[in-house]
Design a protein around this ligand. Structure first.
Ligand SMILES: [Zn+2]
Length: 199
């Protein structure tokens, strides 16, 4: 285990070849692109979240061809865990979402090499390594990929107030004078108005 500051550049090729391992906790506030996803209505201390990370380097020796030395393929395995408050798409209140990254990345030297890499390996992604690699940026990239497409509570805490349509025959407080204008096209409020007229 070595000391590694994700906010300082380091040689990720050397890290991989030496089979190094490092871990730490990175504050959300040092991950600006992830922080931008934080729900504005999140609790005040949600900004203080820490993301635990762990990076491990390793190589795989490719079988040598006749008379040639085997090529060393360089990899890192990255794990990141943390909690980000996001907006539930069903009830529009905030919820803490656990984000988890478990990925194995092969290091190549150039974009061209990355483009040329076979895409048939589902287990391993390819990234361009560097002698001045920014781990925090990789952690950000991977966390953004780990964001759920649609955030939802398993069970929403309550129905969103806009969807309450006068239970028990109670008239919903008016948002606009009823029948004040002709409905010329279907609107989201038409169904609500129909419900009101029935009472
Ligand atoms: Zn919800």
């Amino acid at each position: 285990m070595i000391q590694l500051n994700p906010l300082r550049p380091f040689d990720i090729f050397d890290f991989s070849v030496a089979g190094e391992e490092a871990q730490g906790a990175l504050p959300l506030t040092s991950l600006p692109r992830v922080l931008a996803e934080l729900a504005p209505e999140a609790p005040a201390d949600a900004r203080d979240a820490l993301f635990n990370w762990r990076l491990r380097g390793f190589v795989r020796e490719e079988a040598s061809m006749a008379g040639l030395d085997g090529r060393k393929r360089k990899f890192v395995a990255l794990e990141v865990d943390g909690v980000l408050w996001l907006v539930c798409q069903r009830c529009l209140t905030v919820k803490p979402e656990s984000l988890s990254v478990r990925t194995v990345l092969e290091l190549v030297r150039t974009e061209a090499e990355a483009d040329a890499a076979p895409v048939d390996d589902d287990e391993v992604d390819v990234i361009v390594g560097s002698r001045h690699f920014q781990l925090a940026e990789l952690i950000e990239d991977e966390l953004l990929l780990a964001l759920p497409i649609a955030v939802k509570h398993d069970v929403c805490p309550e129905v969103h107030p806009d969807l309450v349509t006068g239970a028990d025959g109670q008239v919903v407080p008016e948002e606009a004078p009823e029948d004040a204008e002709e409905e010329t096209k279907p609107s989201p409020f038409a169904a609500l108005a129909d419900l009101k007229r029935r009472h």
